[in-house]
Design a protein around this ligand. Sequence first.
Ligand code: GLA
Ligand code: ZN
Length: 677
Amino acid sequence: MYVGVDYYPEHWPEERWRIDIALMREAGFNIVRLAEFTWYRLEPSEGQYELQWLEQVVDLFEENDIAVVLGTPTAVVPLWAARKYPEIMSTDRDGHRTEYGVRKDTCYNSRVFNLMSDRIVERLTAHLGEHRNVVGWQVDNEFAGPKCYCVHCLSAFQHWLQEKYGSVVALNEAWGLHFWSHNINDWEEVRFPNALWSNNPGQHLDHCRFHSDVNVRYQRRQVETIRKNSPGRFVTHNFMGFAPELDYFDLAEDLDFVSWDNYPNFGDVRGTIRSDGDLDLEPRIRASAAADLMRGAKARSFWIMEQTAGPTGWGEFGRNVWPSELRNIAFQQVAHGCDGMLWFRWRTSTAGREQYWHGLLGHDGEPGRRYQEARTTALELTGACSGIVDSDVLAEVAIVFDYDSRWAFEAQPAYSGCDYVQSVLRYYEGFYRRGINVHFISSRAEFSKYRVVVASHLYVLPDETASRLNEFVKTGGVLLADCRTGVKDETSLCHARTLPGLLADSLGIRIDEYESLEDSFIYDVRATRGHKTYSAGLYSDWIRCEDATSLYRYTTPHVGDFAVLTINRYGDGRAFYLGTIIREDAFYDELAARLLTAARLPVPKVLPNGVQVRTRCTAAHLYTFYVNHLNREVEVDLAHGRDIITDEAVGGTASLGPLGVVIVENERNGEGDDDDE
Ligand code: GLA
Ligand code: ZN
């Protein structure tokens, strides 16, 4: 396994390089990422290149058996470039050109920027692309935005639409521009969307897709140059978990694998510590789900290109990593399919905006507690755990993650409190608490690989996707759909159908009316069999069962006729629909069990609070990870096998130490051999 750090040698005197590298080696590190943000150091003035210093650093690492991932430096242009070619800087919605001085502020539709970027990437990859010690590349840094509103971007947007729709008549129709007499006569009349509250939903959705495509295309330019000049090396990019700007399934397409930047303790201290003084589990569950999305974007193992090393923040920083937490955060990601990990950053910078984004070493450069813990972790990962590399994460349960729906909700959240990621996470958590592996998939994916598909808030639902979901159920799959699913077509016009539209076939319900409740109004909910009760809020579909059976219904009188949770047998499968947001976690634990049961899958018990269980496997072995996210001992029921870290036999009731990790290895007994990829 590759384990190491992000290193910025250009920030430190040359005499220090050897000391740093010796410490890294001592820690068992075998990889570093270099050169991100070094454009000025590589090209201090136009056309004058200085690559020797970087080559010297790569050599130095080679002498010490530490491999190198090179970052292309394009996330920040040098000031000379911005002064000479002002058009390369992006423009905000009000038409102001971005002031130089931060990063990620150039225009990807500027011809000049693209030429400059091509040139530096060409130079760098031509010079170091075949260096023995360069094993891979990271393109740019954290693609996302911001969206640029310059004239070049406007004409690129017009072109993009022209290619997509062919005629202005088709565009008028797709965006519904007859409304308020907004029709256009000519492509040149297409503008950018206005402020969110007043703009056209179709225009907003296409603009989001356009922005995503622009980034994907820009990345592709770099990938092509890298592949030409640096054959045999991997190409990746550092993604950002649940960041909303780009369709990560698309961005992953040109890469060999996805990497991502994981900062679970970012933000204010209150947000990561709970009232009893222990760690809050929410950021951990989110990091777990984000890892599954990152894995899902390419349907294969991923890397962490930036892993939390200490307190983070730009102006103010948050809490420190607690003893054993750095290791805990690392192993959680390995449990999800992480095969390479670099801590961000090696040493805390004494200069610039990130003086407070702490590295393994402080400003003083002394190898302290965080360094020691990273060392322990690295030695375990590259030693005892090396057999895990390339193992699979198999899953029978998939959760659809749909950027179109997410973007459509941005323009119209529909109900107050609607949060797309949160909606998906509610179901995710039900599976998480039972230790079930889950895959995140795009709405374009093959559903039939799974036994259970959760399609929450699938707001934008093209007919073709609806038909595939129906077919999935008909042929034996278990589907869960919920609020606002199927409201819109692919251009963000509302389907002119009774909800849930085409999905009525498999769901067996009809929804004539619905409403938003905000968090001030709570409905009471009761099981149709048994006595379980819950409370519902934020949103309510008034569901009538046609073929479906109601499993929960409202007991609040004026909605007493309507179902809350339904199940329908359709073909060989079952389709569930939940028409509200239940406030209690226990409901989602129960729902996960119902879905698993309907799919004839085993239903593991809900795990002790704070404990996470996941599995990875190779053809020969099953690895079960037990990760304790609380800073106290917890009792768990371990599988019988070999603890790969201690190399001891374990099994049965055992205690997991504070923030502790156990990985149990078993021989695989042949079942479930079907590959997930
Ligand atoms: C991102 C970037 C890093 C660094 C950190 C901290 O993850 O990729 O370069 O700037 O944020 O701000
Ligand atoms: Zn632009």
